[in-house]
Design a protein. Sequence first.
Length: 186
Amino acid sequence: MKIALYRESMVVGASMVAMLLPFIVLGGYMAQKHQWAQERLDELRPRYARLLGLEVQRADIAATLARADAARAQYTYPATQDANQAGNSAQQRIRDIFTSAGLQVNSSQVLPPKDEKGFDRIPVVVRVEGEMLAVQSALAVLSSQTPVIVINDLDVQLPGGLANASPKFAPRLTVTFSLSVLRERT
């Protein structure tokens, strides 16, 4: 009788374990998923805090971006303007600056644009003649232009050399400017 009771209790115990086994497995799975979710939340918490900080500063960021766009517009030609138009416009401005400074423009050429970090760099090569004071005046005016005219290279020559230059007269210089302007890309 004890053996039959023992077998009966073993069968009941095995049945209970068999019934509880899916719940135990499900509980373990849920605990593992909960731990994984907690790790993800701990990973995302700093990012979320940064996003909240950015959201709070939205107006300041928008104002700063507007100022940056305005500054960029001062230094570059707009993307709406064709690169050839921008180059020709810059060439005409440069010729006007040199002429008004008292220099004689011998030649000027707009070269094909080059890609530079999201901008088109449009080279302009200008060859002028004139006195040193006129060259200095032109350089002073070039530095205050908007959109900015960048001086890449400057080659100053004295035709005939110093031996032929008269000390009574200001020497006439031949200057080759390698300039460039920037145009935004779309």
